[in-house]
Design a binder for this molecule. Sequence first.
Ligand code: HSE
Length: 313
Amino acid sequence: MKVSVKVPATTANIGPGFDCLGMALPMYNTITIEETVLPGTGVDINVISDGILLDEFALEHIPLDENSLVYKAVELLYNSIGQSPSELKITIKSGIPVARGLGSSASVIVGALVAANELLGRPADDLALLSIACELEGHPDNITPAFVGGLVISSQEEDGSVVYRKLQWPENWAITVCIPDFELSTNIARSVLPKEVPLSDAVFNAQRLGMFIQAVHEKDKELMKLALKDKLHQPYRIKLIQGLDEIMESFKHDDDVLGCVISGAGSSILVISEKDNIEKIHSKVKEIWSGLNIKCDIKTLNVEPNGAQIVEE
Ligand code: HSE
């Protein structure tokens, strides 16, 4: 038996929502798990990008062995019903850039769990899968939209359960994802964060996150401009993303732009704007990065309303 699951990319944090706000985007990884008949072959993991099978060297952050996130996700699920995975071929068809703050690790965790659950005859319900996935990733902000789609606010409670609510993104607000050619590992981007923050910074983010939710609800552009700010992670990460301060500065007084934030832990940058003048946004970012010899891919995308889905491959 063989099951394939298509999972969207995600952008997390979106300004004030560190570790709790995330949105699915229309770029996808497809994770296929196939039971193989040959005994003793173990678990074989392959990654295909642009139709090419990648080797271990090209994929240093997705180790192709049993320590990989995919293997861990599958193993956790098998273990939860008293079994161990064996004789499986796992293929990741990769369409989400890795280590760019676009949820590629969340997508493989979610895809592997949903596929394994289907192979095993669905022993776990969606909330149980969500909770296992968040446990593996460490926070719910990418995992939840990868699983359920849309713009989502979520928390993981002390008992491990995940609570989430979907929010409606205003149709006339554009999301421009600026993906540089350099990677930034989430581990490094988290290692620069302090363990504790000043109370005034926590209050600043609580205020902005409340405003964010009301701004999307009322489609209030001026409120969103106030809301798309952060003091919990961006000030510490700005030095890790070349050109970010200049890009942010260049949009500060642009009336069409609602905000410019780091996508997840970086290295991508998100520019949120009205739908006019998108070309101007693309060329500004391109110009600043090319001045620093950084190549980039810039896409203006809609929110992906669907989360992980079983597909025919
Ligand atoms: N909220 C996470 C972070 C997203 O900013 O570190 C990346 O996994």
